[in-house]
Unconditional design. Sequence first.
Length: 213
Amino acid sequence: MDDRSGLPGLAMIAMHGAAWLAFKAEGPVADRAAIFGARLGVATAVLFGFGGILVALGLFGGYAVVGTQAAAGPSNPLFKEVVVAPEAWLANYAAHPLLIVAPLLGIAGPLLAALGFATRRDGPTFFASALGVVGIIATVGVSMFPMILPSSTNPAQSLTVFDASSSESTLRTMLIATAIFLPIVLAYTSWVYKVLWGKVREEDVNASGSAAY
């Protein structure tokens, strides 16, 4: 949406990385991750909330499609009219009030993660951090929908979900492929996490024949 949105995103990623490190490591490494993670959790919530204030004040700008865009129409970004409207990023929340859950998670998740870092409850901390990440990313999606890539030089050439979609036959083929291969990917990923579950201890790394490095 704007270069200023990169700052809360950076804090969010660093917070989640610290949560994972505190969850997997022990000793000084986990202690340092908890210290920095608590600070990053608060910073993420504050920066994200401040960004919301800027959006509410209309300082981030906004893009809205004039009229209706045919969801099943041709994927051509020039077949629509787009206007710049500062209040556009809030329109979906007015139409669907339940969407407010996304930004609330984006603030509550990092704050709960900061509390978890402070109390050294690694599992709940990672879960709260993950909720915060989901909330922040979902907020961007639901705020901009149907926009995907706004154009600052020519708003009419902005890409929407409908512009970027594949043909109906391609989507049908990919749905079938996903239904077949997604369970395989999930099964393999679950097995990997099961094998790698637990904290990484110093004695595990230094053990004879260890494959940690």
